[in-house]
Design a protein around this ligand. Structure first.
Ligand code: F6P
Length: 421
């Protein structure tokens, strides 16, 4: 495996790692047994349905021909994986990077993850001005945020293209048999794909949920699946999973309450968001779990750095380090002696190492994950690595990693309020 996992500054002894590794072996057997519910993602990279993959790639080419902008509608696990991949591999903010030519592929925007009219209205303007396709993703088909966004954007699409032509610009990814979105997709003849029954939203990025929009955006999904497969069969994998999972579990047991994911390249902003949902919904139940949070460095060192260094030590840090960023720059003489002539990546690295030293000296446990470079193959490895370690630590904590009963409660309360307005 190509990721480097360093737990030497996490304050975990070899003894603790050895003790935990037997439990982890059992958990891995359970995950791979195929008998546990919602574990379809475990063997997924080894059992790719080539026919379906071909259909996804064909649909992606049609989308690329049809539109300048693809609006991906979904929330939580139905959009965060794609957003993380687009952010990491295509571009972030308005910056397009890492080898995906912006003029060959549609730009990707996201809807259905907020109920802000300001945001949605801007997307209506895009439909009026540009050639647009919609990709609606919802396993249940009835989550309120994406349902609203889809209805609003679809109306505008129909206004512009007419019903029949609009239907050819709508792609749906949902349950194979049930739900209103499945009914609509079949009735209106949208090109559609299924979310597998045995894979939940936050573990679904390597299914059509992520594969179709990522392929349309120009991301090499075959390489991503190959990365996940390489991770699944890696001989070093067990050891790394044991180390990271053991460290997380031991730190929770020692009283730590938060895991803070820290990154030094903004390209990882949405990967960190994806991690937050993965760990938050998997572990946070029955009064248990580590609270996952994320910080973007060095920006957040100038807002949260003080707390990290000297505040209440309720957390540990997991640093996501990209060894070789996709671009680099040499700092000019005018920036001053300390930095002049050095590359920004060297300076960013020095900042990371300085922060790790300072925080370690203050007694904060730090785990470091080195990613050689951001490409589709490594991204596939990252997804599979974190999905598996998350499932392992959830089982060690004694909770079911694959349900999210608590999320339903706010939905019920919101429905009550909605019926009163
Ligand atoms: O794909 P759906 O059914 O719209 O669900 C979206 C998301 O909502 C949740 O059910 C709750 O947040 C997530 O688990 C899921 O990823």
């Amino acid at each position: 495996m190509d990721l480097g996992i360093d737990v030497s500054k996490a304050g975990i002894s070899m003894e603790e790692i050895k003790q935990c590794s037997k439990d982890i072996e059992k958990v891995m057997e359970k995950l791979w047994s195929g008998k546990e519910e919602m574990t379809g993602w475990v063997k997924l990279p080894l059992q790719i349905d080539q026919e379906q993959l071909g259909k996804i790639l064909d649909a992606a080419i049609v989308i690329q021909d049809q539109c300048e902008e693809l609006i991906v509608i979904g929330i939580g696990g139905s959009y965060l994986g794609t957003r993380a991949a687009v952010n990491a591999l295509v571009g972030y903010d308005e910056i397009y990077d890492t080898g995906v030519p912006a003029d060959r592929y549609p730009s990707v925007k996201f809807a259905g993850n907020t109920m802000s009219a300001v945001y949605l209205d801007k997307l209506l303007e895009d439909i009026r001005k540009k050639e647009v396709c919609l990709c609606i993703i919802s396993k249940s088909g009835n989550t309120i945020e994406p349902s609203i966004a889809f209805a609003v954007l679809k109306e505008e699409l129909i206004k512009k293209y007419g019903k029949e032509k609009a239907s050819k610009r709508i792609y749906a990814i949902t349950d194979a048999n049930t739900g209103v979105l499945r009914e609509e997709a079949d009735r209106e003849g949208y090109v559609s794909f299924n979310v597998p029954d045995d894979i939940g939203g936050r573990y679904s990025v390597l299914t059509p949920v992520g594969l179709l929009p990522m392929a349309a955006a120009g991301i090499d999904i075959r390489a991503m699946l190959a990365g996940a497969e390489a991770m699944a069969v890696s001989p070093a994998w067990d050891l790394d999973a044991v180390n990271y999972a053991t460290a997380r579990f031991a730190l929770l047991q020692s009283g730590k309450e938060l895991e803070i994911f820290e990154y030094y390249e903004p390209q990882l902003e949405f990967f960190a968001e994806w991690l937050k949902q993965l760990f938050g919904e998997s572990e946070g139940k029955e009064g248990k779990g580590l609270y996952p949070d994320s910080l973007r460095f060095s920006s957040d060192l100038h807002s949260m750095g003080q707390f990290l260094q000297e505040g209440r030590q309720i957390f540990f840090e997991t640093v996501l380090n990209i060894e070789k960023p996709s671009r680099d720059l040499i700092v000019p003489e005018s920036a001053g002696d300390l930095v002049a002539g050095k590359s920004l990546s060297q300076i960013n690295k020095a900042a990371m190492e300085g922060v790790i030293s300072a925080h370690s000296a203050a007694g904060i446990p730090v785990i470091r994950i080195d990613i050689p470079e951001l490409n589709a193959f490594n991204f596939g490895q990252m997804i599979y690595f974190f999905e598996t370690t998350c499932a392992i630590t959830s089982y060690l904590m004694g909770v079911n990693p694959f349900n999210q009963p608590g999320v339903e409660q706010y939905k019920e309360e919101m429905k009550k309020k909605l019926s009163q307005i």
